[in-house]
Ligand binder design. Structure first.
Ligand code: RIB
Length: 304
């Protein structure tokens, strides 16, 4: 089982001609509200990929529909608590090139207590996975408790903060980072090339497997002296929101199936490629059948 200690947000998504400039007032062309949050997106992606995932989260009582959406997709939601605080929410602009800018209000996602941590640690069993992102509180103690229990920790330090860089990351078995997060962890400029970032990560976390995702420039996996490269699949993005989450959810589901790292990377890249072709976060996460079909077509076209 994978336990995802993760955020749940309501995403308010605005379609705009360009990302708003300082001092500018800009009318949006379209607006929708949907389920989001890096945690919820990753749980949903994992369940849609066929994985076994239990989500640990906090959601405002009036937004119980979001919990139902996770449950309908196959996520175990026993530990998604309905609370009196407002849910976390995100204000997301998406421009004509599919790029986004996000303002995050953490809300109920940062109300976790020691009791939640103890509950998770009493249910989880040695060998289970713990997945976390950086949109919830209480991570340092959770990591230490998970480590003592013999859980495997997978961490996505998104959004990147100075506190995230100071977490006991050596407790993690697996780290998912994009360019900004990698640069923040190793103290290099964001413009650094992939090899410099990977080298910095290897020096800081020699015993942690790392997946560095670079959007259209593909993804790298690194473990000790081994590196694997997965190119991104050629698509025209309309909205990149949730693509990284889709990648992580699919990667973890494939890993749970016991697939090779190359297979995990390829499945995750294909799922992310489908995700960016649709508008929205959780709404654009593909089902496994669609991902498998697209992947077999991709291979057939390469052979033709
Ligand atoms: O990664 C995308 C997610 O980031 C959005 O769904 C939004 O809620 C923010 O958490």
């Amino acid at each position: 089982m994978l336990h995802n200690f993760g955020s749940i947000n309501l995403d308010h998504v605005y379609r705009v001609p360009h990302l708003v400039h300082p001092g500018e007032t800009l009318a949006s062309r379209a607006y929708q509200v949907g389920l989001g949050g890096k945690g919820a997106n990753q749980s949903l992606a994992m369940a849609l990929a066929g994985g076994r995932v239990s989500h640990w989260g906090r959601l405002g009582r009036q937004d119980a529909w979001a919990r139902d959406r996770l449950a309908d997709a196959g996520v175990e939601v026993t530990h998604v608590e309905l609370v009196d605080e407002p849910s976390g929410h995100a204000i997301i602009q998406v421009d004509d090139h599919g790029e986004n800018a996000i303002i995050l209000h953490p809300g109920a996602n940062v109300g976790f207590s020691q009791g939640h941590r103890d509950a998770l640690c009493s249910v989880a069993q040695a060998g289970d996975w713990l997945l976390a992102q950086n949109e919830c509180n209480a991570l340092p103690a959770l990591f230490m408790c998970a480590r003592e229990l013999g859980l495997n920790i997978a961490f996505n330090p998104a959004p990147m903060t100075e506190e995230a860089a100071r977490l006991p990351l050596e407790t993690c078995q697996l780290l998912f980072v994009n360019r900004v997060e990698a640069a923040g962890l190793v103290g290099l400029p964001e413009s650094s090339d992939a090899q410099a970032l990977l080298e910095g990560l290897q020096q800081r976390l020699p015993d942690t497997e790392t997946v560095l995702t670079l959007g259209g420039a593909g993804a790298w996996y690194q473990s000790g002296g081994t590196q694997l490269y997965q190119p991104s699949l050629p698509v025209k993005p309309v909205d990149t929101t949730g693509a990284g989450d889709t990648f992580i959810g699919y990667f973890m589901a494939a890993r749970q199936e016991g697939r090779t790292v190359s297979d995990c990377l390829e499945l995750a890249a294909q799922a992310a490629a489908l995700c960016v072709q649709l508008f929205g976060a959780s709404e654009s996460i593909p089902h496994r059948a669609g991902v498998d079909h697209a992947l077999s077509q991709y291979h057939a076209n390469r052979l033709a």
